[in-house]
Design a protein around this ligand. Structure first.
Ligand SMILES: [Fe+2]
Ligand SMILES: [Fe+2]
Length: 303
């Protein structure tokens, strides 16, 4: 069931819904990543969870490290896994390049473009909400950067505001990390990006790369980092001992409201949940007046 279009509180329902996934790291022949992780199976579990939402989304965004080595066969496998799901959700797929991707193969085998080392960027109009994909990758390296050409392009695009504002999608998050290894692989020179974003209509930044969920602000703009579908970082350890684990995979459900954007982390787990709330329950609540609803659901018994 789709989220019922009801309003029980002070906020009207979200205007747009984006599904945000990251770091699929597929390998040709589904070779286990690092000898340990079945990246295709883990992506499959995540996509099953996305489908169980039963929603029509406005976009599905993958924030990079789509493949682990940039192999053509891995991009083909990714398309086969994701495109049917996107079709059923009625949503365009927005592919963002990560440091593990290779631009020429990504262009040719995922995007049906001419292969080249040009940055993979794009602009989508999601019913008035503008989504801009940036390419923070540096060919031959794992750290991130944005060159003058891309920043100038971004500045030009942002010079005209969009009706519902803009969301940026990029791989390397413009945030600090408490894990030392990620500081080596950070997005460099972030001050230049902050200058370009100052005074624009950018409302949120979606990113990946860290293999764990986190959030912060950059130049006053909320940044939301989705964990990975392949493996995640075990943060329940001292920062210098953080390593990958085959658990904790999740994706984000991004709801764009009039004045705010929320990023809900959706764990991909096989756990039994209760059956109390349902579409029928929402219907019963919808039939009540606001005062009756408070009595029915907010009142503590006996007080
Ligand atoms: Fe990654
Ligand atoms: Fe990465």
């Amino acid at each position: 069931m789709d989220a019922a279009p009801v309003q029980f509180g002070q906020y009207p329902p979200a205007q747009r819904t984006i599904v945000h996934l990251s770091d699929t790291h597929l390998l040709a022949g589904n070779v286990p990543l690092g000898g340990r992780y079945d990246t295709a199976a883990n992506l499959g579990h995540t996509l099953d969870a996305v489908e169980r939402l039963g929603i029509q989304a406005d976009a599905i965004v993958f924030t990079g490290d789509l493949t682990d080595l940039g192999e053509p066969e891995a991009y083909a496998a990714l398309r086969r896994a994701v495109e049917p799901v996107a079709e059923r959700l009625g949503a365009p797929v927005i592919w963002v390049a990560g440091n593990h991707d290779e631009r020429p193969a990504m262009r040719r085998d995922l995007l049906d473009l001419e292969p080249s080392e040009d940055a993979v960027t794009g602009v989508w109009d999601l019913g008035g909400l503008r989504l801009i994909a940036l390419d923070t990758t540096v060919p031959g390296w794992h750290h991130g950067d944005l060159d003058d050409e891309q920043l100038t392009w971004l500045q030009e695009v942002l010079s005209t505001p969009a009706p519902l504002g803009t969301v940026l999608a990029m791989h390397h998050p413009p945030l600090p990390s408490h894990i030392p290894l990620f500081d080596i692989l950070e997005l460099r020179d972030q001050g230049r990006l902050a200058e370009v974003l100052a005074g624009t209509d950018v409302r949120a930044i979606l990113a990946g790369h860290l293999h764990h969920s986190t959030s912060g602000t950059f130049a006053g703009i909320p940044v939301s980092v989705a964990a990975a579908t392949c493996y995640t970082m075990d943060l329940a350890r001292p920062a210098v001992e953080v390593n990958g684990m085959d658990a904790g995979q999740s994706f984000h459900l991004v709801h764009v409201y009039d004045d705010t954007i929320t990023n809900a982390v959706v764990p991909v787990v096989d756990a039994r949940a209760g059956e109390y709330f349902s579409a029928a329950w929402v219907e019963r609540m919808a039939a009540l007046t606001p005062a009756e609803r408070l009595e029915a659901f907010s009142r503590k018994p006996g007080r």
